[in-house]
Design a protein around this ligand. Structure first.
Ligand code: NAD
Ligand code: UD1
Length: 332
């Protein structure tokens, strides 16, 4: 298949592009590089021996998208492009709504004009909001506590409506849990600019000495050790889930929301200790107050992914820490 990957130089997109190429598909990337670098293309080439076709463009730029569709016969789109920092979305909501929503509207219109009606969309476990209790199942009601989460929830609804109005559309809404780790080669991974918001990159930066100490947000949650529990998933497993979703979209029409997680919960301190073991570096941490908006435990029910996609995560926390550390060492 010829697959357009929006946000394909980003963290999850780049790992998915590698797997697309390795599976014999052709990947075309569009990315405005607002949160990634063109150097990622070299990493992809070094891993799979092929450089994907790359367009530096914004998904809101209709003419640029039309050019891509006129120059390539695109069979399906995997739509990663979007802004994703929760805290930032509270400060600059308009940018988040405009980027994530308008970018998707323009993309959908251009796809429709080109007769391309298959999309795999990056949603998030954030759509389960704060009212549900883990394990999260796809049929639970959705909610959102910040503009970023709202964009995911709204886009899920919009894509569902588009597919309901035209029976030729096929849409898979993938609800990711907490993607971490890196490609085992260490050639691509995640190394955010500035101070990371998420736990794994924060731990990694403490380990390499870029940051002095991890703040653990609360140890009084109703969890085994009192710290927050999350469903961490190796980014390579997650990327593989996209290939399965693409196969599913080829054979089915309509919309399906599907969790991509492991169904296993890991606490903050368990992750810290696993990282220490993988790296051999002690991680300094201190317990601080809870972070507003955090829930005690978030992990997936993964039965639907097994049943519909024939997919399940293969890697455990150990491999996630090993590969994430290997990547960090190459960034120094
Ligand atoms: P990322 O920031 O590494 O990748 C997103 C890419 O999209 C970046 O390369 C960025 O430059 C590009 N981009 C953003 N807006 C664009 C636009 N308007 N036009 C063109 N390119 C644009 O993020 P990621 O972690 O790879 O996440 C990919 C997707 O998965 C996002 O939609 C994100 O919301 C979603 N998601 C991520 C996580 C996570 O923890 N990483 C969890 C759940 C959902
Ligand atoms: C966060 C987002 C969520 C998004 C997800 C994507 C928030 C409130 N939620 O989820 O919307 O879908 O990322 O990956 O930002 N922690 C610390 N110290 C830190 C950082 C985190 O103790 O410096 C704890 C948190 O309290 C939480 C766990 O580590 O218990 C994981 O946090 P994080 O990596 O930010 O992910 P989520 O909160 O699950």
């Amino acid at each position: 298949m010829n697959v357009l990957v929006t946000g394909g130089t980003g963290f999850i997109g780049s790992h998915t592009v590698v797997q697309l190429i390795e599976a014999g598909h052709t990947a075309v990337i569009v990315d405005n590089l607002c949160n990634s670098s063109v150097k990622v293309l070299d990493g992809i080439e070094a891993i799979c021996g092929k450089k994907p076709l790359f367009y530096k463009a914004d998904t809101r730029d209709r003419a640029a998208l039309q050019k891509i569709f006129s120059e390539n016969k695109i069979d399906a789109v995997i739509h990663f492009a979007g802004l994703k920092a929760v805290g930032e979305s509270v400060k600059i909501p308009l940018e988040y709504y405009h980027n994530n929503l308008t970018g998707t509207f323009v993309l959908l219109e251009v796809m429709k004009d080109a007769g391309c009606k298959k999309m795999v969309f990056s949603s998030s476990a954030t759509v389960y909001g704060m009212e549900n209790e883990a394990p999260f199942r796809e049929d639970m009601p959705t909610g959102a506590t910040n503009p970023y989460g709202q964009t995911k929830r709204m886009l899920e609804q919009i894509l569902t409506d588009v597919a309901a109005a035209d029976p030729e559309w096929s849409v898979v809404l993938l609800r990711y849990f907490n993607p971490i780790g890196a490609h085992p080669s260490g050639l691509i991974g995640e190394n955010p600019n500035g101070i990371p918001n998420n736990l794994f990159p924060y731990i990694a930066q403490v380990a390499v000495g870029k940051l002095p100490c991890l703040s653990v947000y609360g140890n009084d949650y109703p969890t085994p050790d009192g710290t927050g529990v999350r469903d961490y998933i190796h980014v390579v497993d997650l990327a593989n889930g996209h290939l399965k979703a693409l196969e599913y979209a080829e054979k089915h029409t309509g919309t399906e929301a599907i969790n991509l997680g492991t169904s296993r919960g890991t606490s903050v301190l368990e992750l810290v200790h696993a990282f220490e073991k993988a790296s051999g570096v002690p991680i300094r941490y201190r317990i601080v107050d809870r972070r507003p908006g955090d829930i005690a435990a978030c992990f997936a029910d993964t039965e639907k992914a097994k049943k519909l996609l024939g997919w399940k995560a293969e890697f455990g926390i150990e491999e996630m820490c090993r590969d994430g550390w290997n990547y960090m060492l190459r960034q120094k």
